[in-house]
Write a protein that binds this ligand. Structure first.
Ligand code: ATP
Length: 366
C-alpha cells in the first residue's frame, strides 16, 4: 500500500487544516495510507508519536478550524544534513516515500533539498547498517509536492497562497473598526500590517478600505520626500471633507535608499500636519481565526491535486508546487517558483523597484 505523509511548516496560515484534510481524504480515496507529520520538520526528525496514521474521521470538522491542528515549528536541525538523514530513517521505518509539504518558500526549499539528497542519505543509512539493501529497495526515491501556506501571498507563479485572503479579510475588518472611531474623533491612524518582503496584504487592504496612503516594499517611497507627499495627500483628502485618515504600512516598507519606513515615522509626519494620530499594529490577529471560503476551497482543490501529483510523479519529475493561475489549479516546478520569488527580493535589494513590481505580475497592481 502506498504511504503518503502530509505536514505543515513555517508560519501557520488559515486554510492549512483544509489542505491536510484534503490530502488525508484524497489519499484514503485512492487507496493509500496517509500519515500526518506533527510539528513540522521536528516531527520528521523525532518520528514516533509525531508521525501518526490518519483515518477519514480524524480530520472531520477541520475546514472551519483556524491555524494548523498538526502543529508547525521552525526546526534548525533539518537545515543540517545529519538532521535530514534522521528524517529519512524515520520515513523509511514507517514505509513512507512521499511527502506533501504545506509551507512558505523556506519549507519548500528544504523539502526539495531533502528529495535531491535522498538517494545518498539512503546509501549512507545502509552503509551505517541501519537498514539492509533489501529494506531500502522500495524507497529509492522520495516524492515531494508543495502547497503554499502563507498569509503574505509572497510566492511567485501562483495568484494566491493558502491563508492570504483570510488575513486580508481580517485586516479589512479591523481597519473598518478603526475607521469608525477615527471618524468620531477626527483622527489619523497608521495601521501596520504583516508582509516582510511582500506588499500584497497592505496594497489590497488599502484598496479595499479606501486608505489615504499605502507603504509597501516593492514601490519604495522617495527617501526624504515621502513625508511631504504623504502630508499633501492627507491634507487634500481632509479638504474634501474626510474626517479621518488611514495609512497602511507593510512590515517591510522601505524608502528607495532601502531604509525601513516605520509606523512611528509615518505618525511623526502626520502629527507634523497637526493631526491627532494613533498607531495600530495588527500583529497576530492577522494570522488567527477561521479561514475564509476562498482559502478553504483553494486548500481543498490543491490538496486533492497534491495527492494526484504524488501518484503520477516519476523520479525524473521535478518536485511540483500546486498553484492557482487565472482560476485554474496548476502544477509548476517548485524550485522555479522559489527562484522567481527570490528574484523579487533581489530586485528590491538592488533598488530595481520597477523590476520588483513587474516580477509580481498578476499578483501586484502597478
Ligand atoms: P514563512 O514564510 O511563514 O516564514 P517558511 O516556510 O518560509 O514560512 P522558514 O522559517 O523559512 O519558513 O522555514 C521553515 C522550516 O523549514 C525551517 O525551520 C527549517 O526546518 C526548514 N528549512 C527552511 N529553509 C531550509 C533549507 N534551505 N534547507 C533545509 N531546511 C530548510
Amino acid at each position: 500500500k502506498r504511504k503518503i505523509a502530509v505536514m505543515t511548516s513555517g508560519g501557520d496560515s488559515p486554510g492549512m487544516n483544509s489542505a491536510v484534510r484534503a490530502v488525508v481524504r484524497t489519499g484514503i480515496y485512492y487507496g493509500c495510507d496517509v500519515y500526518a507529520v506533527y510539528e513540522g520538520y521536528e516531527g520528521l526528525l523525532k518520528g514516533g508519536d509525531l508521525l501518526r496514521k490518519m483515518e477519514w474521521q480524524d480530520v472531520r470538522g477541520w475546514l472551519s478550524e483556524g491555524g494548523t491542528l498538526i502543529g508547525t515549528a521552525r526546526c534548525m536541525e533539518f537545515r543540517e544534513r545529519w538532521g535530514r538523514k534522521q528524517a529519512a530513517a524515520n520515513l523509511i521505518s514507517e514505509g513512507i516515500d512521499a511527502l506533501v509539504v504545506c509551507g512558505g518558500d523556506g519549507s519548500l526549499t528544504g523539502a526539495d533539498l531533502f528529495r535531491s539528497e535522498w538517494p545518498s542519505l539512503v546509501a549512507e543509512l545502509v552503509a551505517d547498517g541501519a537498514f539492509t539493501p533489501e529494506q531500502v529497495e522500495p524507497f529509492k526515491n522520495l516524492k515531494i509536492v508543495g502547497l503554499v501556506g502563507s498569509i503574505d501571498n509572497d510566492m511567485s507563479g501562483t495568484d494566491s497562497t493558502i491563508g492570504a485572503y483570510s488575513a486580508l479579510e481580517r485586516i479589512c475588518e479591523m481597519v473598518d473598526y478603526i475607521d469608525a472611531t477615527a471618524k468620531s474623533h477626527s483622527r489619523a491612524f497608521v495601521v501596520e500590517v504583516m508582509g516582510r518582503h511582500c506588499g500584497w496584504l497592505a496594497l489590497m487592504a488599502g484598496i479595499a478600505t479606501g486608505a489615504d496612503y499605502i507603504f509597501v516594499p516593492e514601490r519604495a517611497a522617495p527617501a526624504g520626500k515621502w513625508q511631504e507627499e504623504l502630508k499633501q495627500v492627507c491634507q487634500a483628502h481632509r479638504k474634501k471633507g474626510r474626517r479621518n485618515n488611514t495609512v497602511i504600512v507593510a512590515e517591510g516598507a522601505l524608502d528607495n535608499n532601502l531604509n525601513s519606513i516605520t509606523a512611528e515615522q509615518v505618525k511623526d509626519a502626520l502629527v507634523d500636519l497637526g493631526l491627532d494620530t494613533k498607531i495600530t499594529q495588527l500583529g497576530h490577529v492577522q494570522r488567527g481565526g477561521t479561514a475564509v471560503a476562498h482559502d478553504r476551497w483553494l486548500a481543498t482543490l490543491q490538496g486533492v491535486d497534491a495527492v494526484k501529483a504524488v501518484l503520477e510523479m516519476t523520479p525524473e519529475t521535478p518536485s511540483p508546487l500546486i498553484g492557482i493561475l487565472e482560476n485554474k489549479i496548476i502544477r509548476m516546478p517548485l524550485m522555479e517558483s522559489v527562484k522567481l520569488t527570490k528574484s523579487v527580493a533581489e530586485a528590491i535589494e538592488n533598488k530595481d523597484f520597477d523590476k520588483a513590481i513587474s516580477l509580481r505580475d498578476t499578483e501586484f497592481i502597478e
